[in-house]
Ligand binder design. Structure first.
Ligand code: CIR
Length: 255
């Protein structure tokens, strides 16, 4: 969670057609862009240099740049998102990865991985199988990570959760934030887990950036739980992103 850089992409007006599990109304492009600016500002205030890529109308979900790539100090991996309308987003983000990394590799052919299914902990990288991430993709991805010297484990994302990280995040210092279902999954061994109060499940997706945890606006119980666990927080609005199942982590690649 010590980062110097982030890659983001401006939301397009076509985000109104973004994918969602439950329809609660379309996000508005202009309102989303205003929230996105506050998000970028929060990353900058946390000490990061933020690349802002231009919006892509052809890809309604393309502001969720976390899904088509994964970044580590050793290099970046161009992924293959596991839903047809997003598959081309990997190609679209390639140049931005190459501008920041000397090593950029492709997820080996065959499977699919969404970056939203990848949780980086201090000692292991967890890859959640989901509607988007299949076993072939997860295993090929784990093999690349192992080549780069990381421990990687494949786990089963609980049913009804879009992405593994929709329901959990790293707070840093060995502490995880997770929904009750995720906390009871056994994936986290004996690590310390702060549990998200049940009515606030959406707030399980936070990001630790350097000294601060960014928390979505409107989840006071989760905010309090994170503060009580000893973390500095900053609240960021994600009301538009939420309408298309997006959260704080999805909106950037951090490295
Ligand atoms: C999608 O369904 O792909 C987008 N509407 C939301 C992606 C959220 N990304 C993430 O959780 N990493």
């Amino acid at each position: 969670y010590r980062f110097t850089h982030a890659i983001t992409r401006t939301p397009a007006d076509s985000v109104a057609n973004g994918l969602r599990a439950v329809d609660t109304g379309n996000p508005d492009g202009a309102a989303f862009r205003r929230e996105h600016e506050l998000y970028i500002k929060a990353l900058q205030e946390a000490g990061m240099t933020v690349d802002v890529l231009p919006s892509l109308e052809a890809y309604p979900d393309s502001c969720f740049v976390e899904d088509p790539a994964f970044c580590l100090p050793e290099g970046a991996i161009q992924l293959r998102p596991g839903t047809q309308s997003r598959e081309g987003e990997g190609r679209e983000i390639r140049a931005a990865l190459e501008a920041r990394f000397s090593t950029v590799v492709d997820l080996p052919e065959g499977g699919h991985v969404d970056g939203g299914d990848v949780l980086t902990l201090d000692d292991v990288i967890l890859i959640g199988l989901s509607e988007r991430t299949d076993r072939a993709g997860a295993e090929a991805f784990a093999a690349v990570l192992k080549e780069w010297g990381y421990k990687a484990e494949v786990c089963e994302t609980p049913a009804g959760v879009l992405h593994f990280k929709t329901a959990c995040s790293t707070l840093g210092e060995g502490v995880i934030l997770a929904t009750k279902v995720m906390a009871e999954s056994g994936f986290f061994g004996d690590r310390k887990v702060v549990i998200v109060p049940e009515v606030e499940d959406y707030a399980a997706n936070v990001i630790r950036v350097n000294d601060v945890v960014l928390v979505p606006e409107g989840y006071p119980k989760t905010l309090e739980a994170i503060k009580s666990a000893g973390f500095a927080t900053k609240v960021v609005p994600t009301h538009e992103a939420r309408k298309v199942d997006g959260g704080l982590s999805c909106l950037s690649l951090r490295f």
